[in-house]
Design a protein around this ligand. Structure first.
Ligand code: PMP
Length: 443
């Protein structure tokens, strides 16, 4: 990676800006040098997430608040909630912040079993198992599911937790072009002869790993096509729904619901609780046999402290709100709001002439900056006008595909979004990132 960068270094050299320095410090860090902190909204220490559904961030250094367009708070649950919060407080009193025990050593409370039933029901699979961290769910589960003699075929833009899990499994790993089913089929064909029964193939098993919504691209997975190919070649489908569960689908059940895929056709459903549910942890949902197997064999289940009980309670409560089991229509309203907000914001940005990646209905919206030199100006100017955006650069993206990544929340009001659009438009003109002609405004 370092040697690939050398060709691009002149673009960055001489730019006296912290972001470029930050980029370099990250690279230098590969060689054991320390990373310095830098003064932007996301490196800053946040004094508190606001009590307005985590719409704003209160920063310590500037003693100011800014509109939060960066957190994965899709349904606005990462804040005090009239249904969730009293229950979380109650669970804290009853169970304490931590069980201080692994699941099999006294760390399974009634909340843990309730959570697993609740998640299985929500994602419409027979059973589920939960973990204390989403990242660990991918990186610890893949090595349990597959090993030497197995084949993982992974989307080229899959999250680092999947990459780590795949590498750690010892299986052979092949990558297919991002979200391109014909290329997946080509890779599969190269690995096995078409239509051969599973027992005659050179691989003990094949797992195809994809994401529901890609976190740096905002794209929905081409799941129906991928599922059909996996059926044809008898490969298992592993779907990471970190950014799609709770955020899309008529009842928030993710990309299967949105794209009309039968959950029975997705063998391993993975997701995290850190986005739509305002909590922490991750889950795997699948057949009863699969989940039972994981419970007996997965080291992250056997040897790690169980998910914090108040975090578990938050997830259970959020799911109840989403499904209307709190006796209100707040869940349905949140789902309608995230969809409406996302589609409005995306189309307005496009009308202004920005290049926005991703699909309709996706709350993840990368605005392309391309040149890393545009990152500091864009982020700093937005922040000066009290709008906090996340900018993403190498190594999370290729060096010359830098972007600002907006995450829309159901808790943003139309007024918030209009204010953000105004700021982003002004800054976009200043930085020169409106790559298309703007649509004339209707009178
Ligand atoms: N999978 C994907 C696709 C992600 O984007 C992330 C983190 N954003 C994770 C897994 C890890 O989840 P967590 O942050 O909950 O540990």
């Amino acid at each position: 990676q370092a040697s690939n960068l050398q060709g691009y270094a002149p673009i960055c050299l001489g730019l006296e800006d912290f972001y470029i320095r930050r980029l370099y410090l990250r690279i230098q860090d590969c060689f054991g040098r320390p990373i310095a902190s830098a003064p932007d909204a996301w490196f800053d220490v946040v004094e508190r997430y606001s009590n307005d559904n985590n719409k704003t961030l209160k920063r310590t250094t500037k003693k100011s608040s800014c509109l939060n367009l960066g957190s994965y708070n899709y349904l606005g649950f990462a804040a005090s909630d009239e249904y969730c919060t009293p229950r979380v407080i109650e669970s804290l009193k009853r169970f304490s912040p931590s069980t201080c025990s692994a699941r099999v050593d006294g760390g399974t409370t009634t909340l843990h079993t309730e959570l697993e039933e609740c998640v299985a029901n929500f994602v419409q699979k027979p059973a589920a198992i939960v973990f204390g961290m989403g990242y660990v769910t991918n990186s610890a589960i893949l090595p349990v599911l597959i090993g030497k003699g197995g084949l993982i075929i992974s989307d080229s833009l899959n999250h680092n937790s999947i990459v780590n899990g795949a590498r750690g499994s010892g299986a052979t790993v092949r990558v297919f072009q991002h979200n391109t089913p014909p290329h997946l089929e080509k890779v599969l064909r190269e690995q096995i002869a078409d239509g051969q029964p599973r027992t005659h193939r050179p691989w003990k098993k094949i797992i195809v790993v994809v994401e529901g919504i890609y976190s740096m691209e905002g794209e929905l997975c081409q799941l129906p096509e991928i599922v059909a190919i996996c059926k044809k070649y008898k490969a298992y489908v592993y779907l990471d729904e970190a950014h799609s569960i709770g955020a899309v689908g008529k009842s928030g059940r993710g990309v299967c619901e949105l794209l009309g895929v039968d959950t029975a056709d997705v063998d391993i459903m993975m997701g995290t609780f850190t986005k739509s549910f305002g909590s922490c942890g991750g889950y795997i949902a699948g057949s009863k046999e699969l989940i039972q197997h994981l419970k007996y064999t997965c080291p992250a289940h056997l040897y790690a402290t169980s998910i914090s009980p108040p975090a578990a309670q938050q997830i259970i409560s959020a799911i109840k709100v989403i499904l209307g089991e709190d006796g209100t229509s707040r869940g349905a309203q949140k789902l309608a709001r995230i969809r409406e907000n996302s589609n409005f914001f995306r189309s307005e940005l496009q009308k202004m002439g920005f290049e926005v990646l991703g699909d309709n209905d996706s709350p993840v919206m990368p605005i392309m900056l391309y040149n890393p030199a545009k990152i500091p100006a864009f982020s700093r100017e937005c922040l000066k006008q009290n709008v906090a955006v996340v900018t993403v650069a190498f190594p999370a993206t290729p060096l010359l595909l830098a972007r600002a990544r907006i995450c829309i929340s159901a808790s943003h009001t139309r007024e918030d979004l209009l204010k953000a659009l105004e700021v982003i438009s002004r800054v976009g003109d200043m930085v020169g990132i409106k790559y298309f002609p703007a649509e004339p405004k209707k009178q």
